[in-house]
Design a protein around this ligand. Structure first.
Ligand code: IMP
Ligand code: MG
Length: 189
């Protein structure tokens, strides 16, 4: 278990604790289990940020789920969006006729989600819903048709539980704000 703590380099205020994450993910899993009763949904994990959420969520769903992965890139190597989405890795399996649940880490502008929805809907799944760990309060989750949201957060850039800053901090057990002033990598450069 990662022993990073708030106050360690780059890790700012803790927004969601390990216990809150655990409890909310179990709630989402229970809801999905009820919603998909009698079906075998395919969980599509959006790499890399959603990998931690996916592993916990999948184990909280009491159904015969299948798992596949897709990778997109919308943020070069900084914390600002580049405004374009690129498909880096496609699914391995066909989703036609399947009940697909897209598993995301965070809905920020919604650009990535709109791209993914278009790409997946074209493959004619039986259904397509979205489960995101985080959504910004500025993201219009209703218009984006996001059915399952773990936590709503503000505009701070966050790290941990799969979310990164330049590929670091994904192994942090909680969701924290990124604190550039305390980051030994940035201050060393
Ligand atoms: P969107 O396309 O603007 O909705 O951005 C979604 C993607 O941006 C997410 O899947 C994340 O990979 C990334 N992202 C947005 N905000 C954050 C953040 O605060 N921390 C880490 N990654 C973020
Ligand atoms: Mg992502």
């Amino acid at each position: 278990m990662s022993s990073f703590r708030a106050g360690d380099g780059g890790i700012g205020k803790i927004l969601v604790t390990r216990e809150q994450l655990e409890a909310r993910v179990v709630e989402l899993g229970t809801t999905i289990t009820a919603d998909y009763s009698g079906r075998a949904p395919l969980l599509v994990c959006i790499l890399r940020g959603a990998y931690v959420f996916l592993t916990d969520l999948a184990r909280a769903i009491d159904l015969p789920v299948e798992i596949d992965f897709m990778a997109v890139s919308s943020y070069g190597s900084s914390s600002r969006t580049s405004g374009t989405v690129r498909l880096v890795k496609d699914l391995d399996q066909d989703i036609e006729g399947r009940d697909v649940i897209l598993v995301e880490d965070i809905i920020d502008t919604g650009l990535t989600l709109r791209y993914l929805r278009r790409s997946l809907e074209a493959r004619r799944p039986a259904s397509l819903e979205v489960a995101t760990l985080l959504a910004r309060d500025t993201a219009d989750v209703e218009r984006l048709r996001v059915k399952y949201v773990g936590f709503e957060i503000g505009s701070d850039f966050v790290i941990g539980y799969g979310l990164d800053l330049d590929q670091r901090y994904r192994n942090l057990a909680m969701i924290a704000c990124y604190d550039p002033a305390g980051d030994p990598f940035t201050s060393a450069q």
